[in-house]
Design a protein around this ligand. Structure first.
Ligand SMILES: C[S@@+](CC[C@H](N)C(=O)[O-])C[C@H]1O[C@@H](n2cnc3c(N)ncnc32)[C@H](O)[C@@H]1O
Length: 370
């Protein structure tokens, strides 16, 4: 009967609520709330976040004169945001922060992330009909023929904002560098082993690796502007152990005989044809036994993981389609990709460490070396 299913669901909710309650209490964690001190993060950016005092409140008129919108527009905008718990109106006519809105003030990266999502990703989602043509949604939305990275590299602020968004994503629990740092045998690599972090952005993984494993030397490769920022941001004590190098991964890999060629979240931006080109560009540099380590999503079969996780992966999958005409891949896709690039890439498997969103996919080079 329908009602017994509802009772069953409410009992599941009660049981799981008790588990969450027990977990929070036993770890001394605060309870989730939208109050200002709650550890929640904002999902939407409003320029006016800094016009509202961090504690206390402001009228719509005060906010409007500091942010430059009309009072009426300010009220419309904020009252809509409030339905998503972004700002609140504790008393009619007065606005104060919630945990979500104050994060825009307290976590500067958050504003940059939201700007990136709303200006780079959202416009492409509304042009999904172009899935049926050879034209990418990103190109339609941006009135350009250039691919994503080439286009944003023309606007230093967009390239920089994208890299900051990557930094913020890497700060989320299931994306933290620690998952790849702790779930691969970096410790077993020889003294002064060289890791090439290709498309490594600001070098977050290399920084985490070099910090935990002093015997490693890491070289981060990326496009020009990103590399310049990475160099500036590198903690001084890692100078000489984490290096930055401008390199286009579609061209021959300049660092020969490294131990590990590492790619994190790079291939999902490219369709198979381009991934194969990236992999083949490595070949002249590879010594026998070199490893290619890929840290990416590895989509499970439908229904095999909790729905909320599958939803996240399928959303990324469609996002990759509209931005790059690419996709997220399954274990078999990874194996095939490596095999098609060159049969000497021996696929060693794909596994998702507990707590990590990304899988570790590994191949070993079985060529003679050149
Ligand atoms: C999705 S981001 C991943 C960044 C980083 N590996 C991480 O996990 O945070 C992809 C990276 O590839 C870089 N990239 C794009 N095209 C490139 C190219 N042709 N050569 C080198 N790097 C490139 C981008 O600048 C960006 O940093």
């Amino acid at each position: 009967m329908a009602s017994s299913r509802i009772l069953e669901l409410s009992s599941i909710i009660a049981t799981n609520t008790e588990r969450i309650d027990g977990f929070l209490t036993s770890h001394g964690f605060p309870y989730p709330t939208f109050e200002i001190d709650a550890p929640l993060q904002a999902i939407v950016h409003f320029d006016i976040a800094s016009s509202v005092p961090r504690s206390g409140r402001a009228t719509f008129g005060q906010i409007s004169s500091s942010c430059g919108l009309t009072e009426s527009d300010t009220r419309q905008l904020l009252r809509h945001a409030m339905t998503n718990y972004i700002f609140q109106e504790p008393e009619k006519g007065y606005v104060s922060h919630t945990a979500s809105s104050v994060a825009l003030v307290d976590v500067p990266m958050m504003g940059r992330y939201v700007e990136m999502v709303s200006s780079e990703l959202w416009p492409t989602a509304t042009t999904a009909l172009h899935l049926t043509t050879k034209i990418q949604a990103f190109n339609v939305a941006n009135h350009t023929n250039r691919p994503f990275y080439e286009e944003i590299a023309r606007f230093p602020d967009r390239a920089s904002r994208f890299a900051v968004a990557m930094d913020l994503i890497n700060a989320s629990e299931s994306m933290k560098p620690i998952h790849v740092v702790e779930n691969y045998d970096w410790a077993g690599l020889k003294e002064n082993a060289v890791v090439i972090d290709i498309g490594g952005s600001h070098g977050q993984i290399s920084i985490a690796l070099a910090t935990k494993f002093p015997h490693l030397r890491c070289i981060v490769q990326d496009i020009k502007g990103v590399i310049a920022e990475g160099k500036d941001m590198l903690p001084e004590h890692l100078n000489g152990r984490v290096m930055f190098m401008e390199h286009d991964f579609f061209t021959e890999q300049p660092v020969k005989n490294a131990d590990i060629y590492f790619f994190r979240w790079v291939f999902h931006n490219w369709s198979d044809k381009y991934c194969i080109k990236i992999l083949r560009s490595l070949i002249p540099a590879l010594k026998k036994g070199a490893s290619v380590v890929i840290n990416e999503f590895c989509i499970a079969d439908p229904g095999m993981i909790p729905l909320h996780k599958e939803k996240e992966l399928r959303s990324y999958d469609l996002g990759m389609k509209s931005l790059f005409n690419s996709k997220e891949r399954e274990s078999e896709d990874w194996e095939n990709l490596l095999k098609i690039a060159d049969r000497r890439f021996l696929f060693k498997g794909a596994r998702v460490p507990a707590g990590s969103s990304l899988a570790i996919i590994e191949a070993c080079w079985d060529g003679d070396g050149q």
